[in-house]
Design a protein around this ligand. Sequence first.
Ligand SMILES: O=C(O)CCC(=O)C(=O)O
Ligand SMILES: [Fe+2]
Length: 190
Amino acid sequence: MGIFPDFLDAGQVAALRDDFHSLPDWQITPAGIGREQANHNNERIRTDKTRWLDGTTAPQQAYLSLMADLQQAVNRHLFMGLKDYECHYARYDQGDFYKKHLDAFKGRSNRRLTTVLYLNDGWQPADGGELLIYGEKSKVPLHSVTPHGGTLVCFLSERFPHEVLPANRSRLSIAGWFRVDDPIAPALRL
Ligand SMILES: O=C(O)CCC(=O)C(=O)O
Ligand SMILES: [Fe+2]
């Protein structure tokens, strides 16, 4: 797991935030609980709204290219065999939350490494909205991350349960997942 404050500078964060804000509201829709996620049976688990990045604007291209560099570096040093990356903008309006969950269930998903990049300007401790990251068995969080603009968080998608606490203001981020080649299909062929 890694937490990198100032992974992006204020200018890069502002460009992504403006890009997010320029999207028409109808394109930003209630987040689904995908088949890849562990807690897909609970509709009350999350209340944020999301929009996938499609790389059609300059700020999105710049971010996707940074993530491609990160993918190469991780593969070179950690041999994770990451093959591609998908990410979405997420907006948590005041009071929104995402209850404790895993992003991937072992053997049921090809998501391996989660990234979250925050886009918030001037976040104060009183604004809440922390990301709490837990150990595999621990009931108390290992980390409490304040969603400061420019901070990047990375963790193994199958290993670390986490939750987003409600905030007192709108909370913006880009959540993404590096994936390996489909490990599910070969298992199903057995
Ligand atoms: O926004 C965050 O801090 C985490 C979001 C998250 O857990 C997710 O989208 O799966
Ligand atoms: Fe998550």
